[in-house]
Design a protein around this ligand. Structure first.
Ligand SMILES: [Zn+2]
Ligand SMILES: [Zn+2]
Length: 249
């Protein structure tokens, strides 16, 4: 459930719907939007609108979740990290969807998945409990899998996603020229399904692979590669050496 919902976010919500790193066929498009919804990070159109605004203003005025919002001093950064991690979710200002996601609003399938978010939320919460209950034929089994497969899994994935916004814009290596504070954080790669190569991502947002250097794992890119081999995805924007090297500091 962690990997399905997590890659629904990284491959679906992020690399496909926000940045157009590849074109999925219709069933894959719907499946990715539904899988991403099961991370319970909001309906697809709202998530994508917020993330496009993040790229449009990254670490500048107008950005929804920059850790540098309050300034550069240590106390200001600590306060900003709290804002970037979780505080911004309670901001009353909403990203206007008509301005940021007109392409997705024009897609009937995505509008339907977006509207089905409450139902997908229930599916995400209850699936582990149903499987655990049937597997063990006991209420205790259902309660146990609900705790680990729903509560812990969703909580962990939320903190991992939010850490990309907070940690990966505060500390780490910056080998690529991006116009913001985005950074690569190697020790966070596996858990974040390899979205923590975040400096490269801001330097080349539409690239389907974010871990472009030797030894940099990227399970999300590998998943896209499998979809391409199966014929479910096309027009994948794989990294080109000349383009990537041109973005190095
Ligand atoms: Zn970022
Ligand atoms: Zn992005």
């Amino acid at each position: 459930m962690y990997l399905v919902a997590g890659h629904g976010i990284t491959v679906g919500y992020h690399r496909c719907f926000t940045h157009g790193s590849f074109k999925p066929n219709r069933p894959l498009k719907i499946a990715l939007a539904a899988a991403g919804s099961m991370a319970i990070e909001g309906p697809v159109l709202r998530w994508v609108a917020d993330h496009r605004r993040h790229h449009a203003f990254s670490d500048r005025k107008g950005e929804p979740h920059s850790p540098w919002r309050y300034g550069e001093s240590v106390p200001a950064l600590l306060k900003g990290l709290g804002w970037a991690h979780i505080g911004w979710l309670f901001d009353v200002e909403q990203t206007p969807r008509a301005k940021y996601v007109p392409d997705l609003l024009a897609d009937k399938d995505l509008r339907r998945v977006d509207a089905a978010f409450p139902a997908l939320l229930l599916v995400s919460l209850l699936t582990p409990a149903v499987i655990g209950g049937l597997w063990s034929m006991s209420w205790q089994g259902a309660a146990s899998t609900f705790f680990w497969g729903s509560i812990v899994r969703i909580g962990l994935l939320h903190h991992v996603t939010w850490s990309i916004n907070s940690i990966c814009h505060a500390i780490g290596n910056r080998p690529f020229a991006a116009r913001d504070r985005s950074a690569n954080v190697w020790w966070f790669a596996v858990l974040s399904m390899c979205e923590s190569w975040h400096n490269l991502h801001h330097a080349d947002p539409t690239c389907a692979r974010q871990g472009v250097d030797r030894g940099q794992l990227d399970s999300s890119a590998r998943t896209i590669w499998v979809f391409e081999k199966l014929g479910w995805a096309c027009d994948v924007r794989w990294p080109r050496l000349v383009r990537i090297d041109g973005k190095r500091r």
